[in-house]
Design a protein around this ligand. Structure first.
Ligand SMILES: [Zn+2]
Length: 347
């Protein structure tokens, strides 16, 4: 769990609270990880945005508007591009009060369509924020009250920006096999040798979490403790799920997560749900299996850049549901954290 205030800071914050005049407006909480970059002033972001804009031109996707966006970043890729994310909705330090959804794209840079997909997600969330999205059936305007959304549209820029984009990062590591899962040391290299016959495209790295692009995803999970994760890939044409699975094995979260899985498929013309296995060092293993965070992997049908509009139209409603439908709530995990709290108190 991230600590937003140290205990001493916490005390002084409370003292300030009690000294405050009662007619003062409450101060809006600020995301401690938000770091507004002014693209014009930030050369690293500016350089990145120029490359992104060029790629959008190359694939005939129109303008990315990358330079006008409020990005945050802490880390850079192996080659020095910023690992950017953006947030929507209001930050709430008490993470249990908001439904947080983490959406990531471009983990494998040769999967071209997901990258544009995340920019479509960003534009869509902007429209929701401005009250521009109205449910045609009910006439209700969608809003992000009680919701927080984190979008990282290009997790692996080095591989995407290559002349011939690759799956692996600049160090030749598959950053979706490099997560520090419990089985990494025992199985990651072994599986790579046995099952993949040392396929270079799936090299997990020698050490768990060695790659900045993997560390970036771990950071986002640690910082924002998402209630669910959507990671977009291509071209396996399926919706895969890892995490608490049903009311029987995963409590209420499992049941709600499963409902959402079915809804997302139904809203995309019955898109195929497939239970794909997770691997040593994969996100599904790290977040879904080990941390019980419902983790959805959307595999778009192809990496054909001319298909991006078709895919966005197909999955727009599913993404809307992924953001709006709450999976958190009283569950096994709420119980667990209560127990943890009591443990700390008794210590
Ligand atoms: Zn992929």
């Amino acid at each position: 769990m991230p600590e937003f205030l140290s205990s001493s800071e916490n005390k002084s914050a409370k003292n300030k609270e009690s000294n405050k005049e009662s007619n003062q407006a409450p101060v809006k909480p600020v995301d401690p990880y938000f770091n507004e970059t002014n693209a014009a002033q930030d050369k690293v972001v500016s350089k990145f945005c120029q490359k992104l804009e060029n790629s959008f031109g190359k694939y005939r996707w129109g303008q990315s508007n990358c330079e006008k966006m409020n990005w945050s970043y802490k880390r850079t890729s192996v080659k020095g591009d910023p690992l950017l994310w953006m947030t929507f909705g209001e930050f709430e330090p008490d993470r249990t009060k908001v439904e947080t959804t983490l959406i990531m794209c471009g983990v494998h840079g040769d999967e071209i369509t997901p990258i544009k997909f995340c920019y479509d997600v960003i534009n869509y969330l902007k429209d929701v924020s401005k009250g521009k999205i109205v449910d045609k059936k009910t006439g209700v305007t969608a809003d992000l009250e009680g919701k927080f959304v984190v979008v990282a549209p290009l997790v692996n820029p080095d591989s995407y920006f290559k002349g011939h984009p690759t799956r692996t990062n600049a160090n030749g590591v598959d950053v979706n096999r490099n997560f520090p899962t419990e089985d990494f040391d025992r199985l990651a290299l072994k599986r790579w040798e046995d099952r993949y016959r040392k396929d270079k495209r799936r090299f997990p790295g020698v050490k768990a979490g060695s790659e900045p692009e993997t560390g970036f995803q771990v950071d986002l999970i640690d910082q924002y403790t998402p209630d669910k994760i959507l990671s977009v890939h291509a071209p396996l044409t399926m919706l895969d799920y890892d995490g608490p699975a049903s009311i029987h094995t995963g409590g209420l979260v499992g049941s709600k997560a499963n409902e959402l899985l079915i809804k997302m498929s139904e809203q995309a013309k019955g898109y195929r749900i497939k239970n794909y296995p997770f691997f040593p060092g994969s996100l599904g293993n790290y977040a879904g299996n080990e941390r019980n965070i419902p983790t959805y992997t959307l595999e778009l049908p192809t990496s054909d850049p001319s298909k991006v509009e078709t895919y966005w139209n197909l999955f727009k409603s599913s993404v809307h549901s992924a953001v709006m439908q709450e999976v958190r709530g009283s569950s096994l995990f709420a119980l667990e954290s209560e127990e943890e709290e009591q443990d700390t108190k008794s210590n």
